[in-house]
Design a protein around this ligand. Structure first.
Ligand code: 01S
Ligand code: ZN
Ligand code: ZN
Length: 474
C-alpha cells in the first residue's frame, strides 16, 4: 500500500551531508552548495510536486534519483553527483517537472522475474464470470504489451498477484467503505500479500460508463501491483481518482508507459505503427499550437490530442488529453474561443462545438456556415472573441471576418486583410486569445502581444513562453 508520508525535509538534509561525494578534483569539485542545489533540483523536477510522495529518503534513493537524472540526460549512470551531472542540472530549463508526472514506490519494488502469475480468487454477482475474467485479462494486457514481462493466469495455486473481491473488513488493516469512496487497492510487488489486488465487493461493478468500470479500475490496480504509484496526469491510468471515460478510448497514457518502462525496460517494437505517439514537449522552441483560449479564467493551449492548462492563480501548467476535459471534442482542433459567462466554442474543419458550463450544447457538432461564413471557407485558423465589441473574429489565411454575437450576424465589409487592422500581423495565425485587454496572436513558434487600442505589437515572444518556458532566440 502506498501510505507513506515522512518528515522528509530534515531527514533529507541530514543524509545529503553524508553523501559519498565525487572524488575530489581540483578543477571540478562538488561543493556543499552543489549538493543542496542537486537536492532542490531533484525535488522540483524528479518527484511529485505536491511533496506528499517525496522519494528522497535516504542516501540510497538519492543515488537512485541521481541515476534517474543521468539516465534521463543520457550521461554515464554512476549514481554519484559528478561534475557532468551537475552541469546538466544547472542548464536553464522549463520551470516544470518532466519526470515528476508519474511516481514509483520508494525503493522501486518490482517483479524480478520474467513470468509473474495472477489468479482471480472470487467473483461478484454484478458481473458474470466471463465478464470479470475478460475485464482483468484486458487490463493485464494493456501493461503486458509495453514491457518484457509475462503475466500468466494460473488456477488453484498461490499466484504472485491474487485478485479478489473483498468485504469491508478483510484482514489487511485497510477495510473497505461500501459503495463509493475507495474502490480498490493493491500492494506493491513483494512476496505474500505484495502484488495482491482487492476490489471493494460492494461497488456497482460494470463494464460500461455508468457504475464503476471494472476494466478501468483493474488497469489502475495492476499498475500498483507492478510497482507504479500515482500520476498527476488526468489522462494517466495511474491518476488517483476514477474518471468516467469512454471505455473504447481507455488505454495507457504516455506517462504510464514511461513509468512502467522505467521499471521494466522496453520491448523491441517491430511494428512502428503500434508505437504510441510521443507527447509533444511544450518547451520545444519550434512548437506551435493548434488553438488557444481562455476558459473559466484558465488558459488552454491545444496541440494534436493534448491540451495544456495554465491555472489563473498558481500559473501551474498541466497537460492532459483534450477528451479528459471536453469528452466530445476531436483531436487536432483548429480554433477555440470563449464568450465569458456564456459559452466556449471549438472549431475543426467545417464543424464547431459549443460548451456551456462544460456541457456540450446541441448534442453534437454544428456547421460553421451558421455564422454566414462563405462556402469556400473550409476551416478556420483562429477564433478570437473581442471583449470590447462582443465580436468573434474568424481568421482564415490572410483574411478575417467579424461576427457580431449580439445581433448574430456577420459584420458588413468583411473579409478584410488581417494586416489592415492588425498592423504587423502579416503571417497566417494559428491561434489567438485576449488577456487583460491585450490580444495574443500565435503564429508558428512566435507569439505576438498586441495592444488592441494602440493597434501595435508590444512584444514578440516565443509561443511557449505563455507556458513558462524560457524565451528562445527570435
Ligand atoms: N487504489 O488504487 C486507490 O488509489 C484507492 C485509494 C487508496 C488510497 C486506497 C482508490 O480506490 N481510489 C479511488 C479510485 O478510483 C478514488 N481508484 C481507482 C482508479 O481507477 N483510479
Ligand atoms: Zn485489502
Ligand atoms: Zn491507486
Amino acid at each position: 500500500m502506498k501510505c507513506l508520508s515522512l518528515p522528509m525535509n530534515f531527514l533529507f538534509v541530514n543524509t545529503v551531508l553524508s553523501l559519498p561525494v565525487y572524488p575530489h578534483d581540483e578543477e571540478n569539485e562538488i561543493t556543499q552548495g552543489d549538493l543542496y542545489y542537486a537536492q532542490k533540483y531533484i525535488k522540483q523536477f524528479f518527484t511529485l510536486r505536491d511533496g506528499s510522495e517525496s522519494l528522497i529518503q535516504s542516501e540510497d534513493s538519492f543515488s537512485t534519483k541521481i541515476k534517474e537524472v543521468q539516465e534521463f540526460y543520457g550521461l554515464q549512470v554512476t549514481g554519484k553527483l559528478d561534475p557532468e551531472t551537475m552541469e546538466v542540472m544547472t542548464e536553464p530549463r522549463c520551470g516544470l517537472p518532466d519526470l515528476a508526472s508519474y511516481s514509483l514506490y520508494p525503493g522501486r519494488p518490482r517483479w524480478n522475474k520474467a513470468f509473474v502469475t495472477y489468479s482471480v480468487v472470487n467473483y461478484v454477482p454484478q458481473l458474470s464470470y466471463f465478464e470479470i475474467e475478460y475485464a482483468i485479462w484486458r487490463a493485464v494486457n494493456i501493461w503486458q504489451k509495453v514491457i518484457p514481462l509475462n503475466l500468466v493466469r494460473v488456477y488453484n495455486i498461490e499466484a504472485d498477484i491474487m485478485i479478489s473481491f473483498e468485504p469491508r473488513v478483510h484482514g489487511d488493516n485497510f477495510p473497505f467503505d461500501g459503495r463509493g469512496g475507495t474502490l480498490a487497492h493493491a500492494f506493491s510487488p513483494a512476496g505474500g500479500i505484495g502484488g495482491d489486488i482487492h476490489f471493494d465487493q460492494e461497488e456497482n461493478w460494470t463494464l460500461r460508463r455508468n457504475g464503476v468500470n471494472l476494466f478501468q479500475v483493474a488497469a489502475h490496480e495492476l499498475g500498483h501491483a507492478l510497482g507504479l504509484a500515482h500520476s498527476r496526469y488526468r489522462s494517466a491510468v495511474m491518476y488517483p481518482t476514477y474518471l468516467k471515460r469512454s471505455s473504447n478510448r481507455f488505454s495507457l497514457s504516455v506517462d504510464d508507459i514511461r513509468a512502467i518502462q522505467n521499471l521494466y525496460g522496453t520491448i523491441q517494437m517491430f511494428n512502428q505503427e503500434s508505437a504510441q505517439p510521443l507527447m509533444p514537449d511544450k518547451c520545444d522552441p519550434s512548437i506551435s499550437f493548434d488553438a488557444v483560449t481562455k476558459a473559466h479564467g484558465d488558459t488552454f493551449l491545444f496541440k494534436n490530442e493534448y491540451l495544456w492548462r495554465k491555472d489563473q492563480y498558481t500559473a501551474d501548467v498541466t497537460i492532459s488529453s483534450i477528451q479528459d476535459v471536453w469528452l466530445d471534442l476531436p483531436s487536432n482542433i483548429d480554433a477555440a474561443c470563449e464568450i465569458p459567462g456564456d459559452s466556449i466554442y471549438f472549431f475543426k474543419g467545417s464543424k464547431f462545438w459549443t460548451y456551456t458550463h462544460n456541457k456540450l450544447n446541441h448534442k453534437s457538432s454544428q456547421s460553421i456556415y451558421l455564422f454566414r461564413l462563405p462556402p469556400y471557407v473550409k476551416q478556420i485558423d483562429a477564433a478570437l472573441f473581442i471583449q470590447q465589441t462582443k465580436k468573434i473574429l474568424f481568421f482564415v489565411g490572410k483574411m478575417y471576418w467579424s461576427y457580431n454575437t449580439r445581433i448574430k450576424t456577420m459584420d458588413y465589409g468583411y473579409p478584410k486583410w488581417i494586416s489592415s487592422r492588425w498592423s504587423g500581423i502579416n503571417d497566417k495565425i494559428d491561434a489567438a486569445f485576449q488577456n487583460n485587454g491585450l490580444v495574443y496572436f500565435f503564429s508558428g513558434s512566435r507569439l505576438y502581444e498586441y495592444n488592441y487600442w494602440r493597434k501595435e505589437i508590444m512584444r514578440t515572444l516565443s509561443s511557449n513562453q505563455w507556458l513558462g518556458c524560457q524565451a528562445s532566440e527570435l
